[in-house]
Design a protein around this ligand. Structure first.
Ligand code: DHB
Ligand code: FE
Length: 280
């Protein structure tokens, strides 16, 4: 049986990828940020997950405004890196896990969540930056990845409650796959940030820390947060945090927090990072 053993939350700021790709991680600006990921890099090298179910948002890289799926699951064999801004990062092709992805699609759609099935898709910084944070700069990624894209770019976005419940459905799906696999689920994006308009640069440390404080033991409270509160308190892009709720929902009732890091700023963003181990 496949099992979701742990979850990771991590911001996906593009400039973090740039710092890694240009060898700038030890500079005064970046070192405190990267030091907060040392624990996880060591931990994941020991955990050796077989598959990462990687919940992220596409930033108009794979999906233009022509077509915006609310939830999209990547069922392809491979996914090429691509990006806005600096362009495609010099990182390896991402290898998928089509057997498990199709099984999750079948199970989750039958649990009444409508997923868009994607057989060809490029993946942007939302997915590749967290991979680089955890695995550095390998020639080949040491893990298979199922990209799972959530629309947090064009309103209406899915609610935190729906994302949390979707996580539970993903857990049911993975646990009914009859191959022994160590699966992790990651939620990327956040924390507070606003990239445009009069409030560009907004960061709300107090709100972010209260979110992190409740993620392990009080996820129901977080699931009740309305999208309007995310916008008001955490800036227009803080809504990315609903993807952390997909991750939390997929870990079951009881979790242990293994590690936490919070750093301000990286580019325009408050960077949050958490590692949760499933106990159920
Ligand atoms: C930044 C953060 C993001 O989450 C993103 O998708 C793009 C840019 C930033 O802080 O610059
Ligand atoms: Fe983003």
């Amino acid at each position: 049986m496949a099992r979701i053993t742990a979850g990771i939350g991590a911001s996906h700021v593009p400039l973090i990828g740039r710092a890694i790709d240009t060898g700038d991680t030890l500079s005064d600006y970046w070192k405190p940020l990267f030091d907060g990921f040392n624990f996880t890099r060591k931990w994941i090298a020991e955990e050796k997950p077989d598959v990462i179910f990687l919940v992220y948002n596409d930033h108009a890289t794979a999906f233009s405004l022509d077509m915006v799926p609310t939830f999209a699951i990547g069922c392809a064999e491979t996914f090429e890196p691509a990006d806005e801004g600096f362009g495609a990062r010099p990182v390896p092709t991402v290898e998928g896990a089509p057997d498990l992805a199709w099984h999750v699609a079948q199970s989750v759609i039958q649990q009444d969540f409508d997923l868009t099935i994607v057989n060809k898709m490029d993946v942007d910084h939302g997915l590749t930056v967290p991979l680089s944070l955890m695995y550095g700069q390998p020639k080949k990624w040491p893990v298979k990845v199922i990209p799972f894209a959530v629309n947090v770019v064009v309103y209406p976005t899915p609610s935190g409650r729906r994302c949390y419940n979707l996580g539970k459905a993903i857990r049911n799906a993975v646990e009914s796959f009859d191959k022994d696999l160590n699966v992790q689920i990651w939620g990327t994006g956040g924390m507070s940030h606003q990239l445009q308009g009069p409030r560009a640069g907004l960061i709300n440390q107090e709100w972010d820390k209260r979110f992190l404080d409740r993620l392990a033991d009080k996820p129901e409270e977080l699931a009740d947060i309305a999208h309007i509160e995310y916008i008001r308190e955490t800036g227009s892009e803080g809504i990315e945090m609903v993807m952390w709720l997909v991750m939390r929902g997929a870990l079951g009732d009881k979790v242990t927090e293994l590690h936490r890091h919070y750093h301000v700023p990286a580019s325009n963003t408050a960077v949050g990072h958490i590692v949760l181990e499933s106990q159920s």
